[in-house]
Design a protein around this ligand. Sequence first.
Ligand code: NAP
Ligand code: F7E
Length: 338
Amino acid sequence: MAKKALIIGITGQDGAYLSRLLLEKGYEVYGALRKRLDSSPHNLATLGIADSIKFVPVELLEFTNILYVIKKSMPDEIYNLGAQSSVALSFEQPLFTADVTGMGSLRVIEAIRVLDKPVKFYQASTSEMFGKVRETPQTELTPFYPRSPYAASKLFGYWMAVNFREAYKMFICSGLLFNHESPLRELDFVTRKITYSVARIKHGLQDHIDLGNLEARRDWGYAPEYAEAMWLMMQQSEPDDYVVATGETHSIKEFVETAFSIVGIEIGWEGRGIQEKGIDKASGKVVVKVNPDFFRPTEVDVVRGDYSKAREKLGWSPRTSFRDIVRIMVEHDMKLLD
Ligand code: NAP
Ligand code: F7E
């Protein structure tokens, strides 16, 4: 019999890649859709798999709704990818973020406990929990220091997952995933904002990009590979937590330079701080400006993950280089505008 998986957060970037992977592996995939909201399976349509999903209405704010959907679909595996996942927005909407991202995770875990069925559970944890990092590189044992309401909410979900695993012997895994990107990334995250803007600038539809902190550094991986890591964790004999990362760190500036270089534009930098500008060396035009509106009240300056445990126990390693991730995204956005 085919295994059944329920994916909460199926409409997002990771939900789409995980669905495709599970369908390829022969799973029956149930996908949570927030009906009557702006929820749309456009990412699943882009991957050509929307018709293969059994959609069920799930709202992470509604405990009985979650309980009923799990009881009815009775999956072998539940992946909780649902979240208010924007760090920037979490400063504007901290209570909503805590309710969806923190309490929402607990509602799913508690529903599984109440049903008392052997359902495996995956919790989408994040490198943002390391925040103001206590050591580098970050491992599964690095102490946490969240720097946003989003990160604090995820930390609550993480510790609930750990506690329920220990208290009730539930099969619960947390993926401590570092940033991962793809052409399915929403436009308000910095990578896709840059690649889409670069494509628009190249097409003459925009003259510059407004960005915030250019010095922040992230460990960026390729999203489809991170979906493989989620699945691998759930296939182990014992539940555990794993860092999923590339072990490299790059600045926003490097991302900008790489993205422009893919379309043949070489960037030079002039000025400092909020006066800093990125200049197209050939034309002398300003193509990047700093806009303080995009600064955060507290920032995660630099993260870099150590994925040794995932490599040794799951046999997982990242395959796509930083430049290739940027290239895939820029080429996708160039095509979109063509
Ligand atoms: P995403 O594109 O923002 O997707 C978030 C998903 O959550 C969407 O399907 C969204 O559905 C759903 N959702 C939001 N609020 C909900 C609610 N109240 N009830 C039910 N569903 C709700 O996120 P992603 O990049 O795919 O990331 C997947 C998960 O991993 C998230 O939990 C994120 O926080 C975490 N994470 C991401 C990264 C990364 O670099 N991408 C790294 C570490 C951890 P709608 O379409 O209905 O809004
Ligand atoms: O910001 C800087 C910003 O919003 C990255 C989520 O998936 O990954 C993501 O969170 C960096 C920050 O991602 C702009 O200040 C500069 O330092 O793309 P981001 P994030 O905050 O790292 C983690 C792992 C998650 O778990 C989250 O769910 O880029 N930055 N200028 C900017 N960021 C944005 N968004 N927009 C700018 O204009």
